[in-house]
Write a protein that binds this ligand. Sequence first.
Ligand code: C2E
Ligand code: MG
Ligand code: MG
Ligand code: MG
Length: 277
Amino acid sequence: EAKDAGRNRLGRFRREMIMAAQRRAQLERDLRRALATRSLEVFYQPQFDCASKQLVGVEALVRWRHPEHGFIGPDEFIPIAESCGLIGELGTWVLEQACIDVIALGEHTGLPLSVAVNVSARQFRDNEFIEVVRNILGSTGLPAARLELELTETVLMDDVSRAAGFMHALRSLGVRMSIDDFGTGYSSLAYLQSFPIDQLKLDRSFVRPLPRDGATLAGAVIALAHSFNLTVVAEGVETAEQLAWLRAAGCDVMQGYLLGRPAPLEALRSAAGLAVA
Ligand code: C2E
Ligand code: MG
Ligand code: MG
Ligand code: MG
C-alpha cells in the first residue's frame, strides 16, 4: 500500500541519515588521530609547460589511508576537517610538507619547481593564515615565488570585500594566487579585475569534451585569461588529443592523468626531470 511504501522510504531515509552521521562522527575522531600521528600523506601531481614540455611544478593533494575504510578522498574529509575545526592544523601541515618536498624535488631535478597548494574556505577566512604562510616560507626557505595558493571562486565570492584585501596581503609575501576549478562557480568575470590573481586553472569539465566539443568555451577562457595577463593551467588532461588542442590554443601549463597521476614524492623523484613526449 502507498502509505506503507511511504513509511518504508522514510525508514530507509532515516537509517541512511543515521549511518551517514555515524560514519562522519567516526571519521572526525579518526581524522583527529590521523593528524596527531601524522598518518596523512601528501601526493603530488606533475605540471608541465605546454610549449617547452618541461616539468614546471607540482600540485599538492592530501591523501588519507584509513585503517578500516581504506582510501578516503579529500572531497570527503576536507569538509569534515573544516566543520570540526581541524582544517587549520591540517592545512598548515600540508603547506609545510609541500614546501619541504618541493625543495627536495627541486634539488633532485635541478629545476626551480613550484608547488600549488589548495586553500580551503575556512583557512582563507582566518586572518592568521598570512602569518602561517610567512612562517612556513621562512622556516623552510622556499622562495615565495615558487608557492602558488589555489582558491576557488566560491571562496572569493563568500566575502568579496575582504577577499581582495586578504589576497593582496598574501600576494605581498611574493606568493602566486590561482583560481582553481575556474568556470564552475557563479562569480562574474568582473572579479578578474578586482582580485589580484596570477593564474586560472581551467576546470576539468572544460577539458573533457575537447577537442570535438567545447573548443569555443575553452578557447574563450584562455583568450580572456591572457588578456588579463594571467597564465592558464588546464586540469584533467587525459588524452593526447586534448593535449594537442590545448597546446595549439596557447594554454600555458597542463596537468592530468595522461601526464601523471598524483603520486608520493618518492615516485615523482624517480620520474622527474622528464619532459612530455
Ligand atoms: P582540485 O584542487 O581541483 O584537484 C584536482 C583533482 O582532480 C584531484 O582530486 C586530482 O587527483 C584529480 N585529477 C587530476 N588529474 C585528473 C585527470 O586527468 N582526470 C580526473 N578525472 N581527475 C584528475 P583529489 O586529489 O581527489 O582532490 C579533490 C579536491 O580536494 C581537490 O580538487 C581540492 O579541491 C581538494 N584538496 C585536495 N588536497 C587538498 C588540501 O591539501 N587542502 C585543501 N583545502 N583541499 C584539498
Ligand atoms: Mg587544486
Ligand atoms: Mg581543480
Ligand atoms: Mg576541485
